[in-house]
Design a protein around this ligand. Structure first.
Ligand code: ADP
Ligand code: MG
Length: 232
């Protein structure tokens, strides 16, 4: 699946009373299909806003974004939701699991919503790689922050969408779990030709990326090419 992301003069401005925050400031860049881009930058630099914009969750104030030639914000609500289900796997910074569903049920939500049959073999592979087998029947409130993060990652990968957005996905994980998750993300992206965009402060992860974009105050401070998926 060839996803291609293009930001054109895109700004996101939050207004509250007379206060204005420019979260994204006139961005112009593209992301190549099947590439791994790391977004880095200090807290408040715009990483989450950028990912949410790509994910169809945060309409730009000015300018536009196209994903595979399509502007998701020009679609009506129903088709916008469909766009998300079809193209986007989103690992949120704060998990966003549904509390009344078990871990397993949470992981199945995207397949259920898109009325696709579950790829059980792939699902088993994901849960095994992330060491989730023993917690699948538990509810989010019974899980640690790290476990919830892994469940959220499994959910995002479960339908193998063309674009994976990962917002500080290792922020709550110990080193080993973080490495397992990253291995899985890279494996999945290679297997399905996915485009991975991952926000992190972890320079170890940045070394694995094809490209590293550093944000500051909603602008691109630097744009450098990294290594490859292969762990050195
Ligand atoms: P990061 O993920 O890099 O920490 P964010 O994208 O979350 O940065 O935030 C970028 C800027 O936008 C920050 O100054 C933040 O306070 C502001 N911001 C983010 N979301 C909102 C919102 N919903 N309302 C008002 N300001 C926001
Ligand atoms: Mg953030």
């Amino acid at each position: 699946m060839n996803e291609f992301i293009k930001f054109s003069n895109l700004s996101k401005i939050y207004r509250k009373g007379s206060q204005e925050t420019i979260a994204l400031d006139n961005l112009n860049f593209t992301i190549a299909p099947q590439s791994f881009t790391v977004i880095t930058g200090r807290s408040g630099s715009g990483k989450t806003t950028l990912l949410n914009t790509i994910g169809g969750l945060e309409a730009p104030t000015l300018g536009e974004i196209t994903v595979n030639g399509q502007n998701p914000y020009r679609l009506d609500d129903r088709r916008q939701a469909e766009f998300r289900r079809q193209h986007i796997g989103h690992i949120f910074q704060f998990f966003n699991l549904l509390p009344e569903l078990t871990a397993y049920e949470n992981i199945c939500v995207p397949s259920y919503l898109s009325r696709r049959s579950l790829d059980n073999a792939f699902l088993n592979q994901i849960t095994e790689q992330l060491g989730l087998e023993t917690i699948l029947e538990k509810y989010p409130a019974e899980l640690s922050g790290g476990q919830q993060q892994l469940v959220a990652a499994a959910r995002a990968l479960s339908t193998s969408p063309g674009i994976i957005l990962a917002d500080e996905p290792t922020g709550n994980l110990d080193k080993r779990s973080g490495e397992q998750l990253l291995d899985l993300l890279c494996f999945s992206c290679r297997l399905f030709g996915q485009t991975l965009i991952l926000a992190t402060h972890d320079l170890e992860i940045a070394r694995l990326a094809d490209r590293i974009l550093t944000l500051g105050d909603g602008r691109i401070l630097s744009d450098i090419s990294g290594g490859s998926y292969d762990i050195p």
